[in-house]
Write a protein that binds this ligand. Structure first.
Ligand SMILES: *Cc1c(COP(=O)(O)O)cnc(C)c1O
Length: 461
């Protein structure tokens, strides 16, 4: 399977090289040349355990990896999870909650980043190469990426987070990792500033080549790919349990990576009736799916910091499909967005952007209410990101089709919000343990040159 840039051009790469390259050289994102139709396999795949299902799905897109290498990689990646089922679906009242927080950092990003760490290791040792990963994080990506890469040969990781804008626990989860190949950089700015710096470093082709930069943000296709698996897994569990022939998903959304995986699963033929795109007050995506206008605004700090994003990098992949896979149209749209901060997305005959995606914006008050109500009614504690998704599903309920809400983080990671909602904290040993740990982090201004110099200094000693 070859991969193409959303902005066209002649660069076509096999899977392994796509993963190492990250962002296409013309600034576009990689997508597979074809999305396979898997409907004929669904009945068989419904019986598979998580790791076996992951193997069947990932091999379709990664045909330059041997089956044995892929199986081993998947085995190692999910052995670090605390739950035998990896991503269990639990019933909470009449809700189906897909628990994606049983990995090392208690957030859904572990499902993709544990895999990506093993994948990098395999490809780099095969090619006798090195990789210096540069990533921006709004909170959870950083720690999950660090856990995926720490202590590995041939790789270093530089993680930029917005100083003071990630929760204290999220900061500790990153800065308490002292492995020599891990560098935490606290940037004076927002997540979007961090992401702009990372994009600028990748756009600097001589720098990128000289220092073998690699990407681990959800612009990396392997992230999306690993996330497709749990849409299938959860759909099978819920269809089995309810007898329904279709499912609906509600997805707390920031960078559009997670919901894009659901969208690709739908394109592959998984019977998804609708994807609910749930945002917090940073609602560029919710506004876009309601009005067709994708326009960035200022980032506000919310109870769900991992969704405090105004420019959603993976949206470009969606645009590619939306614009009938016309890379020149995508390139033109991204260019006008870069210049004017706005894209007009074409509407369909019903005046909607997309039949399969509905959006809702859930504010602070509703988030707190939802955590409190579900706790009072069912004794189950939602983290604030998950609560945004649960509430959005509730507000858009117009069907008997079962809804799976993605639980993207464990509530112990967001102590203050939980305390405010239910008057008590939820604990987890992996979080309690962080408190007395030694930390390491470098403060830097929001400036590409400063970050560039820091990386250069580290790599030339
Ligand atoms: C990253 C994250 C999200 C948002 O996922 P995207 O792929 O960026 O849309 C939601 N919840 C949690 C807990 C996260 O860490």
């Amino acid at each position: 399977m070859d991969y193409l840039s959303t902005r066209g051009g002649t660069e076509q790469l096999p899977f392994c090289q796509t993963i190492i390259t990250g962002l296409a050289r013309n600034g576009g994102l990689f997508l597979p040349a074809e999305v396979p139709d898997v409907r004929r396999h669904l009945a068989d795949w419904a019986k598979l355990a998580y790791a076996d299902l992951a193997f069947e799905l990932i091999r379709l897109y990664a045909d330059d990896l041997s089956d044995s290498a892929l199986r081993e990689m998947i085995g190692k990646s999910y052995a670090t999870f605390r739950h035998a089922e990896i991503a269990p679906v639990v019933s909470v009242g009449n809700l189906h909650i897909l628990e994606l927080f049983h990995g090392p950092t208690l957030a859904f990003k572990d499902l993709a980043l544990q895999f990506l760490g093993n994948l990098f290791e395999e490809v780099l040792s095969r090619d006798n190469a090195e990789l210096n990963i540069v990533a921006a994080t709004s909170g959870d990506t950083g720690s999950a990426a660090i856990q995926g890469i720490r202590g590995r040969q041939r790789m270093r990781i530089f993680v930029l987070h917005p100083h003071g804008r990630v929760s204290p626990i999220q900061a500790l989860q990153m800065t308490s990792v002292l492995d020599g190949n891990v560098h935490n950089l606290a940037v004076e700015g927002t997540f979007d500033d961090c992401q702009d710096i990372v994009k600028a470093l990748f756009a600097d082709l001589p720098f990128r080549d000289r220092y073998h930069l690699g990407a681990i943000n959800s612009i990396n296709w392997a992230r999306v790919l690993a996330q497709i698996v749990y849409y299938f897994y959860a759909a099978f569990r819920v269809m089995e349990k309810t007898g329904s022939a279709q499912v609906r998903f509600s997805v707390p959304t920031g960078n559009f990576g997670d919901i894009l995986a659901g969208y690709v699963a739908w394109r592959m033929g998984l019977p998804i009736d609708r994807l609910i795109l749930a945002t917090n007050e940073n609602d560029i995506l919710a506004r876009c799916f309601e009005s067709g206008v994708y326009r960035s605004g200022a980032v506000a700090a919310t109870l769900s910091p991992s969704m405090d994003i105004q420019v959603a990098s993976n949206f470009e992949r969606y645009l590619y499909y939306k614009m009938d896979r016309n890379p020149s149209a995508v390139a033109a749209a991204m260019k006008s967005f870069a210049a004017g901060g706005e894209i007009e997305v074409p509407l369909n005959g019903q005046g909607r952007v997309e039949e399969i995606i509905s959006a809702a914006r859930i504010d602070r008050g509703k988030t707190i209410d939802t955590i409190r109500n579900i706790y009072n009614d069912c004794g189950y504690v939602l983290d604030p990101h998950t609560a945004v998704g649960v509430r959005a599903a509730h507000e858009l309920a117009d069907t008997d089709i079962p809804v799976v809400s993605l639980a993207t983080a464990h509530p112990a990671k967001f102590r203050d919000a939980i305390q405010e909602a239910i008057g008590t904290a939820v604990r987890h040993p992996a979080i309690d343990r962080l408190e007395d740990m030694e930390t390491r982090c470098r403060d830097l201004p929001s400036d590409k040159e400063a970050v560039r110099n820091y990386i250069e200094d580290c790599l030339t000693v």
